[in-house]
Structure formats: C-alpha cells, structure tokens
Design a protein around this ligand. Sequence first.
Ligand SMILES: Cc1cc2nc3c(=O)[nH]c(=O)nc-3n(C[C@H](O)[C@H](O)[C@H](O)COP(=O)(O)O)c2cc1C
Length: 236
Amino acid sequence: MSNVDLVQALDSVMKERFATRFYADRPVSHDTVRDILEAARHAPSGANIQPWQVHALAGAAKAEICRDILATHAAEAAQHVSEYTYYASSLPDRYQGRKQAFGQVFYGSLGIAQDDARGRAAQTARNYDFFGAPVGLIVTIDRRLEKGSWLDLGMFLQNVMLAAKVRGLDTCPQETLAKYHRVLRRHLPIAAEDVVVCGMALGVRDAAAAATRGVMERAPVEAFARFHGFETPSGA
Ligand SMILES: Cc1cc2nc3c(=O)[nH]c(=O)nc-3n(C[C@H](O)[C@H](O)[C@H](O)COP(=O)(O)O)c2cc1C
C-alpha cells in the first residue's frame, strides 16, 4: 500500500467509526477478539505503565452477566453508582451546548421525544445487554493510578475501536456499565483495587439499523486548535 493510500485508509477508519448501538446476530470469535487486543496493546502509556485490564465476555458468560445487570437495573437502579464521576456536575456552556445537541440528535434519530422518559429509559437499558452485540468488554483500571493513566487507557480504547473497525467490526464504548460494578464483581474476578471504567459492545453492526443513526457532528479544527509560528497556510 502506498503512503497516500495508507493515509487515506487510516483517516477513513477514524472518520467512519461511530458508536454502534445495533448489532447483527453474528458471533465474533475468541481469536478475533484476541487479535484486536493484540494490536491495541501497542498503545502508548506514560512510562510504559500499560494500565489497561480487560474482561472479554461472550456466550453464556456474557448472557448471565447481562441478565443480572438488567434485573438489577429494573429493580434498583438508584442504588448503583459508578465509582468515578464521568461528567462534571456543572458543564461550561460550550460543553453543555454540545451535550444538549447530542441528546437531540441521539433521541431524535431513535424517534424518542425529549419528554418521553419511558422511551429514554428503555434505550438506556439496551446498554446492559451490550446493545445485542455478541461480545462485551469490561475495562478496569487500578484505583491507585492517577489521571495520567486514565489518558493511557483512553488511547488503548481508541486502539481497540480502530482495530475492530479494520476487521469489519463495530463498537460502542459504554461508561454506563461502570454503575453496575458491584454486579460485575459477582461474576468476574475484578480486584478490590480496580475500578470499572467502562464497557464496550463489539460485533458486526446491523447495517439497516445503523443507517438511521444520528450523525454526531464534530467542531472544526479552528474551534479547538490555534497554530503558532507556522508560515501562512496555503490558500489563506
Ligand atoms: C468513554 C465513552 C463512554 C461512552 N459511554 C456511552 C454509553 O454508556 N452509552 C452509549 O450509548 N454511548 C456511550 N458513548 C458513546 C458516545 O455517546 C459517542 O461516542 C458520542 O456521542 C459521539 O458519537 P460517535 O462516537 O457515534 O461519533 C461513550 C463514548 C465514550 C468515548
């Protein structure tokens, strides 16, 4: 592959990945999941600490855990909270605006009205069987590590998503699964010092359902980057 082709291929993998919430009923093999993790483990990390820990779930193991989480979610959702805070309690305007836009696009694309609490709850519950994906990942990190190691973990997770994509598989990272760490601990050997950071659905996407997804726009480069010391850009 020429360098130009490689650039286009990598850019398009990054641009075409999206959070996939509809999956085809097609299994993903142990070897494929292992290959993805084998590629992803090359992620950089400060001082090469490699803080990622993954439980990969499929088949009966995944089904049993999902049953337990779904039952727990239906019976006592309010009693389960994540061990870390994902969103700031008060988002600065710029981010709050984007979060609101996300909600409109997300629920709009699913035909769920903003005031339809029941419809929104049903959509949230779909997280707890990994949206029907054949594989679910549970990702943890040692709680004694600092923010820097969480950066490393994010790079690893992006590697997982891109490695899946080039293999014809799609993913959805899922912070909401962190709420059910106590349920997950009933089934998985998660050490006391580990925090459940997120889950991730992994599988072949359902093309028809995925085609109706809401496209989440990104702010342009000019909205987040400033350039210093460069010559005048071509075309300016
Ligand atoms: C760390 C992380 C956690 C996420 N958690 C959830 C989740 O719990 N449930 C969900 O449906 N989507 C979740 N998402 C997906 C985001 O909503 C999605 O990435 C964002 O809206 C941008 O859309 P796109 O990835 O489809 O382009 C998560 C994404 C990230 C990066």
